[in-house]
Ligand binder design. Structure first.
Ligand SMILES: Nc1nc2c(ncn2[C@@H]2O[C@H](COP(=O)(O)OP(=O)(O)OP(=O)(O)O)[C@@H](O)[C@H]2O)c(=O)[nH]1
Ligand SMILES: *[C@@H]1O[C@H](CO)[C@@H](O)[C@H](O)[C@H]1NC(C)=O
Ligand SMILES: [Mg+2]
Length: 250
């Protein structure tokens, strides 16, 4: 990747990027993801803010976030916690309300999504003026690391079934590393009804319906090292239910 070390000037005609980081029990991961975000935004010179939406994590994630805010500053790290675990979808809605950027990044805080890809998302967006840029594990140099065969099959299968049923015109539907124009994200989130794993997929499907333009950036996805994974039989069943609902209503 091209290095732009030394250019700490603000770049890009007043554009500002708000990064929404929803967290639930990410005490070990948060310092590293924030450090990497600061590093890659700093090197590339884009204006940014990081919004941490913690849902009352019992492991003390919020206290860690407060320490990070002291280190990096209140203009860079914004804390918008909620009292209890209310789910990812509403965490995004909550975060968007507080975002002051005209572009919004959505990514996981568990280091599955590496901040080194951030400049590529931004360049891709600017290149085509896209309404949204989606990270893809299924194109170019993209890929998945650390998953067992079962999980790879589930992810591939879900992607394939959805491609056939809904023809959404994007190669990675369940991925959640994306860059949106803020007003596009707001209008999509308003229209989305599903929860859980289907949510990311519905966002892309609705984007296509609304004739929004979609760019793609190949990303490598790395499974979480710290913390528990939550994908079980329940998630798969609710994913299939959600998919069928989406199929029936679009
Ligand atoms: N605020 C908030 N964040 C959440 C909630 N559930 C998950 N998250 C965060 O959302 C991101 C994605 O959740 P993950 O648990 O990593 O989901 P996943 O990647 O599908 O599954 P695993 O990584 O295998 O556990 C992480 O940063 C979580 O900390 C929630 O209810 N509220
Ligand atoms: C999207 O484009 C198609 C084809 O040009 C058009 O028929 C449709 O009405 C458009 N939808 C929206 C929501 O603008
Ligand atoms: Mg994860």
């Amino acid at each position: 990747m091209a290095s732009r070390k030394g250019s700490h000037q603000s770049r890009g005609n007043g554009d500002k990027y708000s990064v929404l980081l929803p967290t639930y029990n990410e005490r070990e991961n948060l310092p590293l993801i924030v450090w990497l975000l600061v590093k890659y935004f700093g090197e590339s010179g884009y204006n940014y803010e990081i919004i941490v939406i913690d849902d009352g994590s019992p492991d003390g994630t919020l206290e860690v976030a407060e320490q990070l805010q002291k280190i990096y500053g209140e203009d860079k790290i914004l804390l918008r916690p909620r009292a209890k675990k209310l789910g990812l979808g509403t965490a995004y809605i909550h975060g968007i309300k507080h975002a002051t950027g005209n572009y919004v990044f959505i990514m996981d805080a568990d280091l599955s999504h590496h901040p080194k890809f951030i400049p590529e998302f931004i360049e891709k967006q600017r290149e085509g003026g896209y309404d949204l840029v989606s990270g893809t594990r299924y194109r170019g140099d993209g890929g998945v690391y650390g998953w067992d065969l079962r999980r790879k099959l589930i992810s591939r299968g879900a992607n394939y079934v959805t491609q056939v049923l809904l023809r959404p015109g994007a190669s990675d539907l369940t991925g959640s590393f994306r860059l949106y124009k803020k007003e596009v994200l707001e209008s999509l989130v308003e229209r989305c009804v599903s929860k859980g794993y289907v949510f990311q997929m519905e966002m892309i499907v609705r984007a296509r319906q609304g004739n929004y333009t979609i760019g793609e950036v190949p990303i490598s996805f790395v499974d979480r090292v710290y913390g528990e994974s939550k994908l079980g039989g329940n998630e798969i069943v609710s994913f299939l239910k959600g998919l069928l609902t989406l199929f029936a209503t679009t």
